[in-house]
Design a protein around this ligand. Sequence first.
Ligand code: UD1
Ligand code: CA
Length: 504
Amino acid sequence: MTDTGAGAGGSLDPAVTVIVLAAGAGTRMKSTRAKVLHEIAGRPLIAHALLAVRGVGAATTVAVVGHGREQVSAAIADLDLGVIEAIQDEQRGTGHAVQIALDALGEVPDGPPLDGTVLVTYGDVPLLTSATLADLLEDHRTTGQSVTILTAELDDPDGYGRIVRDADGFVVAIREDQDAADGERAICEVNSGVLAVDAKFLRDALARLAPSNAQGELYLTDIVGLAVEDGLPVGAHVLEDVWQTQGVNDRAQLAQLGRELNRRLTTQWMSEGVTIVDPNTTWIDSAVVLAPDVTLHPGTQLLGATVVASGAAIGPDTTLRNVEVGADATIVRTHASDAVVGAGATIGPFAYLRPGTEVGADGKIGTFVETKNAQLGAGAKVPHLSYVGDAEIGEGANVGAGTIVANYDGVSKHRTKVGRHARTGSNNVFVAPVTIGDGAYTGGGTVVREDVPPGALATSAGQQRTMEGWVPANRAGTAAAAAAHDAVASGADVASEQKDDAGE
Ligand code: UD1
Ligand code: CA
């Protein structure tokens, strides 16, 4: 799923300049991090805002930054969208912020002449889509209005600027909550903060703003009253989908918008052929890519740049971050990051795949297995209770239950190599650096300190010593002694019983 919109992939429109306001402190977040850097669906709020803007294809985008400027600038630069930054040191209101943006554009050599349309949006309104912005611009163009405000009808308009209309229904002003008269407070149509405005009029109107209001700020919203005074046409573009107009001011709203975005993403993926057993407990980041016929079981989180191929089944209770999952793979109750799982491979339950893990086609990482920087060839298996780090396990090899790769000598990490179709016994320790050759075997309990040549069997445990009759002689009167006595009396023959080889 990608951000779509009028200009996506096409040529840029020189007649549109976008200003994204993101200088506010976000005090109610009670955070050391700037508000717009808090994330939903794996992206900071500012990234959601700028990616939506990218979709309208404007030639110039300016972000106004202030609070937490260094980190916010870094996040914007990371997106690599060619956004110009304007710095607002002191937040003197939305009108002041827009003025700062225009000033910054004036300083860009060969900057835009600014005689087209300016689109103003906020960095903290993450659900707004490219399509909505494009619709607003289209409405603004076709009506020839000087100002077109994106508005919404809310059940609870508290805190928002209200859209004041005259008896004929024409918009005459935006009244801020703190400046509204009682009658105006009852108005449910609110200013989303997003608006399209004629650039020439905007410049003129900004120069006329005064901080004569309850907050002592320069309100961008006052340009509406000024346009009406000048006899210029003003209109509202009413958006039915009110979620798109919602901003984040505190952590509760962050969670609400995060859940709603997730609802939208899961719904979208289901419409594209993904089975999601329980969308309420399934979390999918914006950048994740899923193929049709993927199945997601309850409690699954797909994060970062995770990509899942067709037929794969994930979960329940699994978290994958930046994991590439091949077709028809199965991953159960697993935590994995920066890993590749081959087609048809099976992972878990209770596996922990750390960065650099690569599981070959039809390979297996089983129960209570931790891997790190480990490459398993096609069909290679580590089925039970193991740690495999800094290792290469050859195609078709089987690592016995309870194997520990001792990759760290206390100073540096070393590599271990297990050859193709090797079969190593249970409860082994591979002391790196060490190589076990193709087709080699190791016995149970082997501590492999030296290389094992191809086809060899290596064992390191000493000869077994058995002291017949030791228990009755030394532990007389115990249940063990009694059991031994009974066995001897009934003629049971211990030696003929098959030794059970743990692992497969
Ligand atoms: C603003 C609108 C209000 C609208 C509401 C929608 C004004 C005067 N009011 O009110 O009509 O209903 O948004 O959410 O425009 N910002 C700056 N620099 C500043 C001030 C603000 O960059 O000096 C940025 C903030 O970071 C934020 C956005 O502008 O992203 C809105 O600022 P905020 O203080 O939240 O405005 P509201 O009072 O909510
Ligand atoms: Ca706000």
